[in-house]
Design a protein around this ligand. Structure first.
Ligand SMILES: Cc1cc2nc3c(=O)[nH]c(=O)nc-3n(C[C@H](O)[C@H](O)[C@H](O)COP(=O)(O)O)c2cc1C
Length: 218
């Protein structure tokens, strides 16, 4: 069984990547082979709006026709048994590289005429979203709604999706060196990172294990 994870953060050792690695450890606990792909290592753009993936009878129907650094990865996804996609929130939205990845991955798979999927198999998918905002601000800004939208769209393509939202993340190695909003309390952030973040990692581990187990039943 192959479980693929995608890191939509440019940082390879921070919140999103750490959670993804934990999720993959969970998948490995269910005897899966795993791979973590850092999207920032790939040279690609978002959807070109060519609509080749929707052209009836066209050779790219149901597939992204754009050829670039993402193309081999999109091929691997279709072979995978489960997926885990991690992304931070940037500027109140899914961070750009992850959004571009989702456009190229998910949109071609929609069966637009039947409001379903063109995929012949179900690929259990997990989403991990991280953000600096605490829960209260996430709700004020409707950021959880962004994640629900990705969940709905990804679920339509892959058949099964679940998500973890990790709020109030620790952003800098030393808050005294960086400009930050006045309502951010570095001590509280550090404490949360020390006590709550490990619990979020545990949830990620459990999600990875669940996805792998559900993939093996499919
Ligand atoms: C360019 C940029 C924009 C950001 N915008 C937001 C935002 O709108 N809302 C928010 O809650 N956090 C925002 N953040 C914080 C990140 O979402 C947060 O630190 C996230 O956990 C980063 O993931 P990483 O540690 O894996 O890189 C932003 C960070 C960057 C670099």
């Amino acid at each position: 069984m192959q479980v693929l994870a995608f890191n939509g953060s440019p940082r390879k050792e921070w919140n999103t990547a750490t959670l993804l690695k934990k999720a993959l450890e969970g998948a490995e606990s269910q005897a899966s082979e795993t791979e973590l792909i850092h999207l920032y290592d790939l040279d690609y753009k978002g959807c070109h709006s060519c609509y080749s993936c929707k052209l009836k009878g066209g050779k790219s129907f149901g597939k992204c026709a754009v050829i670039d650094g993402l193309t081999p990865v999109l091929g691997k996804v279709i072979e995978a048994d489960a997926l885990i996609i991690g992304f931070p929130i940037y500027m109140g939205a899914v961070a750009g590289m992850a959004q571009s990845f989702l456009e190229r991955l998910v949109y071609p798979l929609w069966d637009s005429e039947n409001m379903g999927t063109l995929l012949k198999k179900r690929i259990p998918t997990g989403l991990i979203c991280t953000m600096g905002a605490p829960v209260s601000r996430m709700k004020e800004m409707g950021l959880d709604g962004r994640v629900r939208t990705v969940e709905m769209m990804t679920g339509m393509a892959f058949g099964a999706v679940e998500s973890i939202i990790v709020t109030d993340t620790y952003q800098y190695d030393d808050y005294s060196k960086y400009a930050h909003q006045p309502f951010v309390n570095p001590e509280e952030k550090a404490e949360r990172h020390r006590t709550v973040f490990p619990q979020e990692c545990e949830k990620a581990f459990e999600m990875g294990a669940r996805l792998a187990a559900s993939a093996s039943e499919a």
